[in-house]
Design a protein around this ligand. Structure first.
Ligand SMILES: Nc1ncnc2c1ncn2[C@@H]1O[C@H](COP(=O)(O)OP(=O)(O)OP(=O)(O)O)[C@@H](O)[C@H]1O
Length: 234
């Protein structure tokens, strides 16, 4: 498949996951031109696997991943950047904050190289994110003492600390109850507008798509499918 020149995100991935009793084959190709794209599909269809492969967390993935002009993976050309070098920020379903680290340490984590302290520019960036996401009063607190909304802000700020080329959000609202979900959906939309980093967002919820995405890609059983299949009605 050729990649449209205007694509922000150009993805073509093949991989197989094996367990003793079954295998799952993922074979997808899609391009997204929008700043915010939703990836929708039923449970088990491969959404998280796509995000992990884009982030470089699936070593067996083959194919191609480009963000604008940057190639992160091109198996035909022998390019396969390590996860750290891809500069892809991930917000996991349950936020995956490090429980023993403070808010500030969570934000610093992605910037640290083994055994080294972060430099002055990086510390400034963390400070700016703490201000931007209104986390000043919480910077020394531990994740277990934060509300769902505060955790979401920390997770997003942490993903942005690495100055990502792309943000991947894996069901960022699914851990929340309905009223909070509604409020945080709005806040997330505003935050994503503000940060101006392209985002690919996994969700099951059409309301998330409406509020957060300009384009939708649908996946089923490891394949890209038509989001609005023609039902053959007159
Ligand atoms: N090691 C493995 N061996 C075989 N199949 C696996 C393995 N790991 C995951 N799978 C399967 O891969 C498929 C895709 O999983 P994935 O987590 O990407 O789905 P998903 O669309 O994100 O689902 P959900 O919406 O429930 O989070 C699932 O059917 C899952 O059972």
């Amino acid at each position: 498949m050729s990649s449209p020149r205007s694509a922000l995100l150009d993805v073509q991935l093949q991989l197989t996951l094996h367990s003793p009793d079954r295998s799952f084959v993922l074979d997808v190709a899609f391009a997204a031109a929008s700043q915010r794209t939703a990836l929708m599909g039923p449970s088990g269809s491969g959404k998280s696997t796509v995000l992990q492969a884009i982030a470089g967390l699936m070593p067996s993935a083959r194919g191609r991943v480009r963000i604008g002009p940057q190639t992160l993976l091109d198996s035909a050309q022998g390019i396969d950047l390590r996860a750290r070098d891809r500069r892809v920020g991930v917000v996991f379903q349950d936020y995956a904050l490090f429980p023993h680290m403070t808010v500030e340490q969570n934000l610093q984590f992605g910037l640290q190289r083994l055994g080294r302290r972060i430099d002055a520019d990086q510390a400034q960036r963390v400070d700016a994110l703490i201000r931007q996401f209104d986390l000043q009063a919480l910077r020394g607190g531990l994740p277990r003492n934060l509300s769902g909304g505060q955790r979401q802000r920390v997770a997003l700020a942490r993903a942005l600390a690495i100055e990502p080329r792309l943000l991947l959000l894996d069901e960022p609202l699914s851990a929340l109850d309905a009223p909070l979900r509604k409020r945080l959906r709005r806040e997330l939309a505003e935050m994503l507008d503000r940060v101006q980093v392209p985002a690919l967002l996994v969700t099951h919820d059409p309301q998330d798509v409406e509020a957060l995405a300009q384009e939708v890609i649908c996946i089923d059983n490891g394949r890209i499918v038509d989001c609005n299949p023609d039902l053959g009605e007159p």
